[in-house]
Write a protein that binds this ligand. Structure first.
Ligand code: ARG
Ligand code: ZN
Length: 869
């Protein structure tokens, strides 16, 4: 990597953590008046400001048309302030200043989906994190300025719903067919948590009583036809509220909690105080219209945004470099919540799979950054897998080390110390340390260093002395911007199994946190170490990083037989899965013989299927081509990986023989009482169906078509449709047409129709052309763009051929229309430099040609970083 030689961005656009300064003025209160008209919106803001430090009074504002400004009742003339594209500044402002501004904004033409925007026909919503509020009014738009908000919203009565944060204190007529509401939010909050909604929506209502006896009105707003799809979200909300009381002692603090669903949203959802705004994809959940995976996601995102009320809202970030303070902790909390909804092992498997598929590659390439970055050009580019997922892992490591009780003492201390404040990652670790009585300060290294550590392990059994020695070594790839990387604290959870009996051994070692235990945790914080286990009577098989106790790349000198042993005997479901994945990676990337795997899976699976169908379905996982590609650092040829994977899947199908069809015919998802069990049975059924297709079973497409037609469940329907479409079955066309007719008015279901076609292994540039010029394709709806782009990217062979132009053209178009999404989609190409020639040079040339054509900070910063390797 050679970042130093190519300045990544112009120096004056980069913001540095080290330059942080306290705000010059605080805002004691703000009164906002938002009047929406067809062709413009008028915003008046009255800020009661108080000087904190010497300096200019600076208000940030972007794309605002300033009509007037006054201080303490006196209008300012143009010579009395300085105004540029980013800010308005006043020198010599009085120490106590009531600043009133009037601006005009244009939500009706705002395509960036940031600030206040028209989200399709009858709905205006806001997205202000991180820096959208400055597109609504002039304000010190930074998270460490907290204020009490009062909001008046006024619009035509064709928008019956007028919402803002807090309590509704007044509503009434505004003349000329218009009406208004006034909302008061009693708790101080940063501007990024401000929200308002103006629209024509239906509502699902419920109530919840907190542990403190507060009666909370719960409301989910969505389109009328979607209200029946809001019940799962409502249940998840109540469940989250209870869960946070029970696990963290955090009750809710307002009398209402509102959620609004919109189909046009850049991300998943947003935790605005008391008024969450959600992508429909993260609220609407219904067997008939959305998949099992989507239903799980809805529940975890509902919990995520709810949990932010304490980790994010009550205690917020001092500056945006601290983003992982709220996101990492909140993701860790939502993952723990979800572990209670389905098999905990499967939840962990799914979370680690996401980490390995997205965060590890990100951290190994040109976009690598520490969970707490120390500089950025566009903060929107840092809502990354590293900030969210690796951030969550750091918290999990500390929680693992502390154990439940001490971790709770630590979090209690954090809430006690910092409620109502805007704080840093240091504050969090210090509070955990003080509360638990365990010094965790070395974990700060994880927040400040980039890269995935490599953990090399070697085991050695000494028969004579009955001891087992484990050598551990950690290392980090050198990074040009972070020259002195230090050894990190790595909690290594481990177990030893008796190779003869398959039994788990008791651990005898002074190195383990608790002695004489079966599940031990060793805190490894040196570059290298050897630990010794005594009283080991037979050669053991060690299982390391159980439950993935640290986000590292483990290289253990297991034999393939030992991995197959763990596949059969490991009792930690996560490590059972991990052993399978490691074995498969060796087969697929290093040419190891597949037979050991095939034998082990044949022996193990029938029992697991009977006991835990959901876990069984994951044990069939064969690493995706994209993930396998991310494990190759040079001369990557997507076609070679594709061939190896196809060959293995065919071999697996042949090897399993009649078992596949027999299992398919015996599985009855309808008979399962629990959702998570039914989900497992459905997943298995779909796996069996696709394996039958690989066996060339003459009947398979009839069975698939039957499954497609007879089910009322989206996961089953899609599973069957995929088998038909991806194998070009005779029934494929008819089924696709049928799917379209059934779901053409259901945006989330129709997304799947686009996705399946884009993900056809033999898709071509024409396929993409057909889909993107379809009447239902819509470049102003990120979900629809992602359905085609995400589908296409299921097959790296396609991504890296005709897909390159697809992503480049999209980035170019979105650079202007929606740079947040444009920048994200471009990142799909970030591993271009690993490709074999001539592809490598071709993609590089295409990326370089894009450079002079893009203007947004978002896309430019990403492109510059991508090319700086
Ligand atoms: N804080 C939101 C969440 O829960 C994400 C908002 C991201 N928005 C953005 N424009 N990058 O996770
Ligand atoms: Zn979040």
């Amino acid at each position: 990597m050679n970042i130093a030689a190519h300045p990544v961005v112009e120096a004056d656009q980069t913001v540095y953590l080290k330059d942080y300064q306290k705000p010059t003025f605080s805002v004691e209160s703000i009164q906002l008046d938002i009047r929406v008209f067809a062709e413009q919106t008028l915003v008046t803001a009255t800020l009661k400001m108080q000087r904190q430090t010497p300096g200019d009074l600076v208000l940030l504002g972007r794309d605002l048309e300033l009509k007037s400004i006054s201080i303490n009742g006196k209008q300012l003339s143009e010579s009395e302030y300085k105004l540029d594209a980013e800010q308005l500044s006043i020198s010599n402002a009085p120490d106590e200043a009531v600043v009133e501004t009037e601006v005009v904004i244009h939500p009706e033409t705002n395509t960036q989906l940031e600030g206040l925007y028209l989200a399709g026909g009858d709905l205006f919503v806001t997205q202000n994190e991180p820096e959208g509020f400055r597109k609504i009014t002039f304000y010190p738009d930074r998270p460490d300025v907290l204020s009490v908000f009062t909001t008046r919203v006024e619009a035509d009565k064709k928008y019956p719903v007028l919402l803002a944060n807090g309590n509704l204190i007044e509503a009434g007529e505004a003349g000329e067919g218009r009406h208004y509401t006034i909302w008061e939010d009693p708790t101080k909050k940063p501007s990024y948590l401000f929200a308002c909604v103006i629209g024509d929506l239906a509502v699902l209502k419920d109530r919840y009583t907190t542990s403190e006896g507060r009666d909370v009105a719960l409301e989910i707003y969505a389109e009328e036809k979607d209200i029946p799809k809001c019940h799962i979200a409502m249940e998840a909300l109540k469940h989250s509220m209870r869960w946070d009381e029970e696990h963290y002692g955090r009750p809710y603090d307002l009398d209402n909690y509102m959620i609004v669903a919109t189909s046009q949203f850049n991300m998943g959802a947003m935790e605005n105080k008391g008024l969450n705004i959600f992508n429909t994809s993260c609220v609407l959940a219904d067997e008939e219209y959305t998949t099992d995976a989507a239903i799980m996601r809805v529940q975890s995102v509902i919990a995520h945004e709810y949990f932010h009320n304490w980790t994010g809202n009550r205690i917020t970030c001092r500056d945006w470099f601290q983003l992982c303070l709220k996101e990492g902790l909140t993701v860790f909390r939502d993952q723990s919540f979800s572990e209670d909804l389905q098999s905990a092992a499967v939840q962990r498997i799914d979370d680690v799979a996401v980490l390995k598929a997205h965060q590890f590659p990100e951290d190994a390439g040109p976009l690598s950054h520490p969970p707490r970055p120390d500089h950025f050009v566009e903060i929107n580019n840092f809502y990354t897998a590293t900030v969210y997922e690796k951030g969550a892992e750091i918290n999990r490591m500390m929680a693992t080390l502390l154990g439940k009780e001490k971790f709770r003492k630590g979090t209690d201390e954090y809430f006690k110390r910092h409620d109502g404040q805007a704080v840093t990652v240091e504050d969090w670790v210090a509070a955990l340390t003080a509360g638990s009585g365990v010094d965790l300060s070395e974990f700060l290294l994880w927040y400040n260093q980039p890269g995935t550590p490599k953990l090399e392990a070697k085991g050695e059994y000494d028969t004579e002395n009955q001891t087992y020695r484990l050598h551990l070594k950690q290392s980090l790839k050198t990074h040009p911007k972070y020259p002195d990387l230090k050894a990190l604290p790595v909690p290594v959870a481990l177990a030893l199994f008796n190779a003869q009996t398959g039994e788990q051994e008791t651990l005898h070692s002074t190195a383990i946190v608790e002695n004489n235990v079966k599940d031990g945790v060793y805190l490894f914080d040196q570059p290298e170490v050897t630990i010794e286990f005594t009283g080991v009577t037979a050669k053991p098989v060690a299982s390391l990083l159980r439950n993935f106790s640290a986000p590292v790349n483990l290289e253990f000198n297991y034999s393939d037989e030992e991995l197959a042993f763990l596949l059969q005997y490991e009792t930690n479901g996560f490590n059972q899965w991990q052993a399978t994945q490691t074995l498969l990676e060796r087969i697929l990337l290093n040419g190891h013989d597949a037979q050991i795997y095939l034998n082990a899976i044949q022996q193990t699976l029938p029992a697991v299927i009977a006991k835990d169908p959901l876990l069984a379905s994951r044990l069939f996982d064969v690493p995706a081509e994209g993930y396998l590609g991310s494990r190759i650092d040079q001369n990557y040829n997507p076609a070679v990986v594709n061939e190896a994977r196809e060959a293995l899947l065919n071999q697996l199908a042949q090897n399993l023989g009649d078992f596949v069809k027999e299992t398919y015919l015996s599985l009855q998802p309808e008979e399962q009482k629990e959702f998570s069990q039914a989900m497992g049975v459905r997943a298995l059924k779909n796996i069996m169906l696709s394996l039958m297709a690989r066996q060339g079973d003459a009947e398979v497409f009839d069975l698939a078509y039957q499954q497609y037609q007879q089910t009322g469940n989206m996961s089953e329907r899609l599973g069957a449709l995929k088998v038909l479409v991806w194998n070009d079955a005779a029934q494929a066309k008819e089924a696709l047409q049928d799917f379209y007719t059934r779901f053409k008015d259901e945006a989330l279901s129709l997304d799947q129709w686009f996705m399946i076609q884009a993900a056809h292994p033999k898709a071509t540039a024409e396929t993409v052309q057909y889909l993107t010029s379809h009447a239902d394709y819509d470049l102003s709806t990120p979900n629809r763009i992602r359905s085609v782009s995400g589908g296409l990217n299921v097959n790296p062979v396609n991504t890296w051929s005709f897909g390159v132009q697809h992503f480049i053209q999209l980035a170019k178009y979105l650079d202007e229309k929606n740079p947040i999404v444009g920048s994200r989609l471009l990142q799909v190409l970030s591993r271009w430099y690993t490709l074999a020639e001539p592809q490598r040079s071709e993609v590089k040339t295409a990326l370089e040609a894009l450079k002079p054509q893009v203007k947004s900070k978002n896309v430019s910063e990403t492109l510059n970083s991508m090319l700086s390797i």
